[in-house]
Design a protein. Sequence first.
Length: 238
Amino acid sequence: MKSLPRLVAAVLLGGWLLLAQAAGPVIVAFGDSITEGAGTQAGSGAVRFPDRLAERLRAQQGAGAASQVLNAGISGNRLLADGVGPKGIDRFANDALARPGVTHVLILIGINDIGFSMPEGAPGPIRGQPDAKQITDGLRLLIDQARARGVKVLLGTLLPFEGASYWDKEKEARRDAVNRWIRNRRDVAAVVDFDAALRSPSEPRRLSPAYDSGDHLHPGNAGHAAMADAIDLRALRR
């Protein structure tokens, strides 16, 4: 299905509604606290990777470019379970696909489904242990929904998190299985290998110290810069 013309501005003039069409892509970064920007510190210029991506696009396209990068990250959000905000598979249509003029979605979600899992019957809203297939089935659902709307998908691998408060070897095995599935996708516009871009060369289950905010889960400013640089801008052409 071809996407409808993207209308991003409206002005009421003399009783007529004038609509302006964007010249560049409209990208929604969809995810959890990493996308939202937890771990970054305010500084000069853009800090979070969606904002730095927008800077890269402007630099490539020129000052008059109409490209937009919208941040739909929610700290603590999970793909398959409610908790901090509605689960990703429920909010994706509204928070990503319903954005005016959207052409691309960059999906990076699932690490909290792995990290926050607790034994069945545990008290509180966080319970259950989704396996890798359940997570990848959820990601496949997002991909299918986007493609049905004519929206291109960039799919990010899950970042290393050994040393984080909720890491263990079993969870690492699930992350590895999800990332293998992501890297083998041929039904998306691009796979963005955030894992490869940010992991430590000597300890690949950990974030590189240069990119770690200090909690071993969230990238700091340099990590977000590396994430933005890992995105192939050619995949964001209309």
